[in-house]
Write a protein that binds this ligand. Sequence first.
Ligand SMILES: *Cc1c(COP(=O)(O)O)cnc(C)c1O
Length: 442
Amino acid sequence: MKKIQSNQDLLERSLAAVWHPCTQMKRHETLPLVPIASANGVWLTDCEGHRFIDGVSSWWVNLFGHNEPRIKAAISKQMDSVEHVMLAGFTHEPVVQLSEQLGELTGLGHAFYGSDGASATEIALKMSAHYWRNLGQPKKNRFVYLADSYHGETMGALSVTDVPIFRTAYAPLVRENFSVLSPDPRLSRKDETPEQYTARALADLERVLAEHHAEIAALIVEPLVQGAVGMAMYLPEYLAQARILCDQYGVLLIADEIAVGFGRTGTMFACEQAAIKPDLICLSKGITAGYLPLAVVLCRDEIYQAFYADESAKAFLHSHSYTGNALACAAALATLQIFRDDDVIVQNRAKAIALNAVFSPIAALPQVKNWRQRGMIWAFDVIDAPATFAQHFFQNALKAGVLLRPVGNTVYFMPPYNITEQEAVQIRQAVLYSLEQAFKSA
Ligand SMILES: *Cc1c(COP(=O)(O)O)cnc(C)c1O
């Protein structure tokens, strides 16, 4: 094993040996990878000691910063008893404790585990279609999704994902489902209020449900914030009415809280802000505070009961090798313990107010429109952004010591919850600098 010698050595060997996700690898001829050697709190450090604030929580998974002693201790302690055992035919304490606690928090039950977020989406889609099949309605096997939605990139998840860069090349492999208007109020006409636009989006949903409910198993939504399209934030009213429409037309409601769950939008789960309960909920990302991959789907008891029968064909015969991994469950239990011990939801409310004040000069800039915030997510769109905006902004923000990855002309921050005001000031400075530079180099 040849030791990594320097940043340069790490970069070269990574490009030779690793196929990086979501990347045109050739672009790294000019845009260097960022080599990370260590991480602590909100800080990432490269092999030469340069430090960056993790402004996107390592792709939205980190909650309490890196190197969190309580989560590390929980994983380490779990390793002394059992690291992993198959969950078919076997069980263990961490998976039971976690399922009970998630059941209490969501009001749903019978937690079914996967590994990454996309596997939770696959589970929820298959489970909802199979539910109708078990009830003698096999024709209800299609799905409704919102325009601009993102639910993961495996083939089932892509069939309810509406982000062309992820979907176009694989369109022939993906089954057609029903897309309805996104409730994103930025899409409203000039003469419409956000409330009027929301009503129009709901009318579109109702049109599709009325016409096709006999073949629709479920509606899948990202509650309150459509993340991957660029943090589109919509009104809770949409969810409340969508819940009513799903009941009216006999269609299940899947809440994909993979990105927004675990306090990100200001409540433990985003659905709480619309006072609705979904039929199925998908959780991942923050569930282990960014330590280990884990995903879970919980459902209403009625759904579970439809699978409970003598015939094995009625059972949910789905599995992943690492289903219910004990180390990941231990990390998730430690995460939930931190929510209780540190009163995270209440603390975040105060933190968000303080950070709003820190960030407010950005909102006032002439290049900035649609400034928006929900919980611990901030986003804005850049007016007349040059074509190369996202890349230049990313590089300049790194120079200013902050990791930010704009989506097109949308800049967002989604920092770990334990970011300090002082660190947020550094994000603000990096944004001001990078905006200026991005326009200069255009
Ligand atoms: C990230 C994400 C997924 C997919 O999760 P992976 O772990 O990347 O497979 C699904 N839905 C939403 C809303 C997400 O943000």
